[in-house]
Write a protein that binds this ligand. Structure first.
Ligand code: PHE
Length: 332
């Protein structure tokens, strides 16, 4: 009996090694391990043997059964693995067929302008700083020498955030708060630019966006003068726009700079375009950040990146930048 069973096991393993699908495997499982299989029948016959014979024969039958079970399991594993390979093959996307047809994405033109600005200023020795878009009154106004009663607060058209806090919270209305954050954390000499998003209650029109981008510049060092400011702006304008574009400063007023100026750049038609504000950092601002104005002087400037992109690409309407019309965006 055991001899025949061994032969059955050899046959079972041979056929299991060649099984090709799960139905066939289920049939073999029944044939070699099911109720009517040789192993099961042999087990039933064990009862008629005497106890000693039964023990040895029983062990052999169990071993043979275990061998067949292992062969069934490895056949199952082999089929599952093959099925996985097939599925992966079937799900694979052949992207080579898109080659040449697919359109490559590109950076948004504001991002391009921002990257270029950073490059130009990094080339001039500045590092890039950042600050949060949600600010407290201290950073957006007070430390910048704009106390609560100051009329200049009204000119910033600030968007407030109602968090129910005792302190006023707002979306920053300019990137100048980064001046304060930098001076609080860094000792002079300081040479930074800080690009980022800014917000005002403006209604979107051809020249305004309620969410726009500015770049702030701050220099604090010994013996810094208005001449350094004018030279830096001139240098930047030449590098960014090309050699024949000129810059000029016009007297202006900002609470955080003294003296203050607005700076314009020359256009091809001989007119001037207002780009941003600048000036010598007000002594109160330095003091608010624990910097001694008798030892250190500085200048700061800030201007809109979106307007710069509008000018560089001669767009008619600044809203094109946020309409997300791919037909427009693809051109850049
Ligand atoms: N923060 C000013 C604005 O948004 C611009 C500015 C920056 C002016 C730095 C002077 C110095 O209008």
């Amino acid at each position: 009996m055991i001899e025949t069973l061994r032969q059955t096991a050899v046959e079972a393993k041979a056929r299991l090694a060649e099984v090709e699908d799960l139905d066939e495997l289920a049939e073999l499982d029944v044939e070699f391990l099911g109720k009517k299989s040789a192993v099961t029948l042999a087990k039933r016959q064990l009862g008629s043997l005497d106890p000693d014979e039964r023990r040895t024969a029983g062990r052999e039958v169990n071993e043979i059964r275990a061998e067949i079970e292992t062969a069934v399991e490895s056949a199952r594993e082999r089929l599952a693995q093959a099925a996985r390979v097939l599925r992966i093959e079937a799900e694979r996307l052949d992207l080579t067929e898109f080659r040449g047809k697919a359109r490559r994405g590109s950076l948004h033109l504001v991002t391009q302008s921002r990257d270029r600005l950073e490059d130009v200023f990094v080339g001039m020795g500045f590092t890039v700083a950042e600050g949060p878009e949600v600010e407290s009154a201290w950073y957006n106004f007070e430390a910048l020498n704009i106390p609560e009663w100051h009329p200049a607060r009204g000119s910033f058209d600030t968007i407030f955030v109602d968090l129910g806090e005792p302190e006023e919270v707002m979306l920053r209305s300019h990137t100048s708060p980064v001046q304060i954050r930098t001076m609080e954390n860094q000792k002079p000499p300081i040479y930074i630019v800080a690009p980022g998003r800014t917000f005002r209650t403006d209604t979107a029109d051809a020249t305004h966006l309620p969410a726009f981008n500015q770049i702030e510049g701050l220099v604090v060092d010994r013996g810094i003068t208005m001449g350094d400011l004018a030279g830096t702006i001139d240098e930047f304008v030449h590098t960014f726009f090309g050699g024949d574009v000129k810059s000029r400063l016009r007297p202006s007023y900002f609470p955080f700079t003294e003296p203050s100026a607005e700076f314009d750049i020359s256009r091809a038609d001989g007119t001037w375009l207002e780009l941003g504000g600048c000036g010598m950092v007000h002594p109160n601002v330095l003091r608010n950040c624990g910097i001694d104005p008798d030892e250190w002087q500085g200048f700061a400037f800030g201007f809109g990146i979106d307007r710069l992109a509008v000018m560089r690409h001669e767009l008619d309407d600044i809203r094109e930048l946020v309409n997300n019309d791919v037909r427009f965006l693809r051109q850049f």
